[in-house]
Design a protein around this ligand. Structure first.
Ligand SMILES: [Zn+2]
Ligand SMILES: [Zn+2]
Length: 344
């Protein structure tokens, strides 16, 4: 619910005027949905590390001022012309993939996630750090009633990315799956891997994370400060999939020898440095490294349904929209347990 008082026809938004300028709480006109769009009364929006691409700049072609936010949950309160499949009052979410052009070769092949002109929510158009946002119908995912707004929000980016990478990694239950990093992505990855029926090895830094990792569903905890994780994984037979969530390319490089035959390193944590690997490391045992880009709205719906069925939930800290700057700093600090969510 909105806590701020605003004039009729206007709303509060947390915008970035230009890269590096930080968050400003501004009053804006409530936007009107165009053809093929809906307006969403936003209830919650997750704060994701990728928001840095707007806050500090770095994503090509972003126009400012820009309102970030790509883990959005709310209620459709207006529909534009030509919208028939979505109704006012329907509960929806919008994630990282904010739309496709429907005309490029990848779209014609039905591979919308790899659209050549993909639109990213809160990057190419205004996202969820506001009381109302407009989104194209291609970006909408239906959100089940059993999930709360604040719990559903991080599932639209952190959730879908870990879930989708894991289910496309090639492991079959009860194969050994390792999750590197017990953070915003990893704490979900461990839960998804457990509920998918894999044997789960969680790799974290320090003994203090063991209890939490096991509570989340890890069968084995590997302390990367006390042991060599690749050796520990080999003692268990080698991992079929290693879900690399922590943005440390060095740590990822050191994990490759922990893969078993036909094993795959699924990369979703984005660090700036190179992952180092020799050809022979990949050739012996036919191993591979693959990156994974979140997914499309139906993948979000699958993620939400999986969570509904299995009880997987993100651990969250909530802040009101007016404290967007504080929430963002908390996310950047790496100390949040584990996803920060703005509520409206
Ligand atoms: Zn994200
Ligand atoms: Zn396309």
């Amino acid at each position: 619910m909105a806590t701020a008082t605003v004039a009729v026809g206007t709303m509060k938004a947390a915008q970035i005027a230009k890269p590096g300028a930080g968050f400003q709480i501004v009053e804006r006109e409530i936007p009107t949905p165009g053809a093929g769009q809906v307006r969403i009364k936003v209830h919650a929006c997750g704060v994701c590390h990728s928001d840095v691409l707007v806050v500090e700049g770095g994503w090509p072609g972003v126009q400012y001022p820009r309102i970030p936010g790509h883990e959005v949950v709310g209620i459709i309160d207006e529909v534009g012309t030509g919208v028939s499949a979505w109704k006012k009052g329907q509960r929806v979410g919008v994630g990282w993939q904010g739309g496709q052009d429907n005309t490029c070769l990848q779209c014609r092949r039905g591979d919308f996630a790899n659209c050549r002109n993909v639109k990213v929510t809160g990057v190419n158009y205004d996202g969820g750090y506001q009381q109302y946002m407009v989104a194209p119908v291609e970006a909408l995912a239906a959100v089940p009633e059993s999930l709360s707004d604040a719990e559903a929000a991080p599932l639209l980016c952190a959730g879908i990315t870990t879930f989708n990478a894991l289910r496309h990694g090639g492991a079959m239950p009860p194969d050994l799956v390792a999750v590197q990093g017990i953070g915003g992505l990893g704490h979900l990855g461990v839960q998804f891997a457990n509920k998918s029926g894999y044997k789960v090895a969680a790799i974290g830094r320090g003994a203090e994370n063991a209890a939490l990792a096991k509570k989340l569903g890890a069968h084995v905890y590997i302390d990367s400060q006390a042991t060599k994780p690749a050796e520990e994984l080999q003692k268990l037979g080698g991992a079929k999939v290693i879900l690399a969530t922590a943005p440390s390319s060095k740590a990822m490089s050191e994990l490759i020898d922990g893969l078993g035959p036909n094993g795959k390193l699924m990369v979703i944590g984005a660090g700036p440095d190179a992952i180092e690997v020799t050809p022979i490391q990949l050739i012996v045992g036919s191993k591979s490294i693959q990156g994974w880009w979140s997914g499309i709205p139906t993948d979000s719906e699958d993620t939400l349904h999986f969570c509904e069925l299995t009880g997987v939930r993100p651990m969250i800290e909530t802040y009101p929209l007016e404290k967007a700057a504080e929430a963002y700093e908390r996310m950047l600090s790496g100390k949040a347990q584990f996803r920060v969510v703005l509520t409206m």
